[in-house]
Design a protein around this ligand. Structure first.
Ligand SMILES: Cc1cc2nc3c(=O)[nH]c(=O)nc-3n(C[C@H](O)[C@H](O)[C@H](O)COP(=O)(O)OP(=O)(O)OC[C@H]3O[C@@H](n4cnc5c(N)ncnc54)[C@H](O)[C@@H]3O)c2cc1C
Length: 451
């Protein structure tokens, strides 16, 4: 790729950056995408293994809710989506029971979230026993949902932020979950299609100098000691906020000159949630056999989701309705933080121990079935520094502020800059990239009219 003659520099080749690139290029605006890793896709990270017929997702896996931007990509790219449908189960004290009416029960608590009241943490909100005496168990589920789905610490996450789209309420379309049969990476691939020559990989942006009339990016490529400069009229910055807030001497960190006050607001208003996810390939779907912890006459054959209470990895799901012998373990929020940074062997050990405890079987029985195990430490990956963002108490407006252009030169995009409460998702990231690109297009058109 030629570094000369680029109108807009895009920092980050995840779905937000690629979506921004596509919008700009389709309008005749020349871009260059600068991506630190050797691959595009960022937190969409699919791998394939000949032993499993299904792709293995180490980052995003589901299409959550109505997700219009993503469904449009899927349609244009001809991707096959399938609905995640099956039984929800719960493990408590070594017993397994069907978890009926999960969304309805969650709603008995979440409907008390009020965006108009003074902000406080979700833990404080729960202390007031929303839903009353009969909702005690629903509150346990709500806490697990906020920790798992939002990857958040209930003592830190903002109630105002959660009130504004934090749970899918009663809308069945927003509760729906789909998977991309051929793998999530088909989405960034499609976004990049036709414009691969605009993307520079293994190129780490270290510094961005910006002013009224343009930007200059200092970029380190591979292991080359020298730094290349990319000049452009504007920049769209899509790196995760974990990277934006990283201390200056950390790998991946970006220094802004002059300093950007908006980043101080981001620091106090947003944070990265933690997730450790473990994908385990077994010899067979052994959990569908009779297990002693399952009530007589029932089985986990159609189990799609298991909310457990034991061990370090409390949440599990299968690929059902696909019949693959795969289970995915998920530790979100404080549980994710406790596991992150440990070796993959230790994470695997702890995950399998938790699975055995929740299903009421011996650790040996589980271990005998294991073929392979995959995990990715997003928390210590220098180019993500966490899983996805959530708003801290007092920070419900931070994403909106981050999404505003700075002096018509810098735009922030990416899941954390999604102003409609759809952060932490792929469709939110695509939407935010497009939004920034359209705003850049308008600003450049204004420039052209003036000159
Ligand atoms: C474990 C996990 C599970 C998830 N599950 C789901 C799910 O089921 N459904 C869903 O919708 N969402 C899910 N998400 C969230 C979703 O993956 C993200 O919201 C989305 O992919 C973010 O896209 P993005 O473009 O904003 O950021 P990213 O994908 O992080 O892209 C930013 C890019 O910037 C690059 N970069 C960083 N620093 C630099 C630098 N200094 N110089 C140059 N480049 C740099 C990175 O390498 C990266 O490619 C999940 C995320 C994780 C981690």
């Amino acid at each position: 790729m030629s570094l000369a003659g680029c109108d807009v520099a895009i920092v980050g080749g995840g779905v937000a950056g690629l979506a921004a690139m596509r919008v700009l290029e389709e309008r005749g605006i020349r871009t260059c995408v600068v991506e630190a890793r050797s691959r595009i896709g960022g937190r969409v990270h699919t791998i394939r293994d000949p032993r499993v017929a299904h792709p293995i997702e180490l980052g995003a896996e589901f299409v959550h809710g109505s997700a219009p931007e993503l469904l449009a990509v899927a349609r244009d790219a001809g991707l096959l989506l399938y609905a995640v449908e099956g039984e929800r189960w719960r493990a408590r004290g070594g017993r397994l029971t069907r978890l009926e009416d999960f969304w309805k029960r969650l709603h008995t608590v979440m409907r008390h979230l009020d965006a108009e009241q003074a902000d406080r943490s979700f833990a404080e909100f729960l202390d007031d026993a929303p839903g009353g005496r009969h909702a005690a168990d629903a509150r346990v589920l709500a806490r697990a949902f906020v920790e798992g789905f939002h990857a958040a610490d209930p003592r830190r996450i903002s109630v105002r932020y959660l009130a504004d789209g934090g749970s899918p309420s009663e809308d069945a379309r927003e509760r729906r979950q789909l998977r991309i049969a051929d793998g999530y990476d088909r989405v960034p691939e499609w976004l990049a299609h036709g414009f691969q020559d605009r993307i520079l990989t293994q190129a780490v942006v270290e510094r961005i100098e910006w002013g009224d009339d343009g930007v200059a990016l200092s970029v380190r490529r591979g292991n080359v000691p020298s730094v290349t400069t990319i000049a452009a009229r504007a920049a769209v910055i899509t790196v995760p906020i974990g990277v934006l807030l990283a201390p200056a001497d950390e790998p991946g960190a970006i220094a802004f000159a002059p300093h950007l006050p908006i980043l101080d607001g981001v620091r106090s208003g947003l944070t990265m949630g933690a997730v450790v996810r473990v994908v385990v390939l077994f010899r067979e779907r052994w959990w569908a056999d009779h297990l002693r912890a399952v009530p007589r006459g029932a089985s986990l054959e159609s189990m799609v989701f298991l909310q457990g209470d034991a061990g370090d990895v409390p949440v599990w799901w299968s690929l059902y309705p696909m019949q693959a012998p795969v289970l995915i373990g998920w530790a979100g929020g404080p549980a994710g933080l406790r596991l992150a940074g440990r070796s993959s062997t230790e994470i695997q050990e702890r995950a399998l121990a938790a699975l055995a405890a929740n299903l009421g079987v011996t650790r040996r029985r589980v271990a005998a079935q294991v073929v392979a195990c995959w995990t990715h430490d997003w928390q210590h990956d220098p180019f993500s520094r966490g899983a996805y963002s959530y708003a801290l108490v007092g920070g419900a407006q931070s994403a909106r502020r981050l999404a505003r252009s700075i002096k018509g030169t810098l735009w922030f995009a990416g899941e954390a800059a999604e102003p409609e409460g759809r952060n932490g998702t792929v469709h939110g990231a695509i939407g935010s990239g497009r939004r920034a690109a359209l705003s850049v297009t308008r600003a450049l058109a204004q420039d052209a009219r003036r000159s």
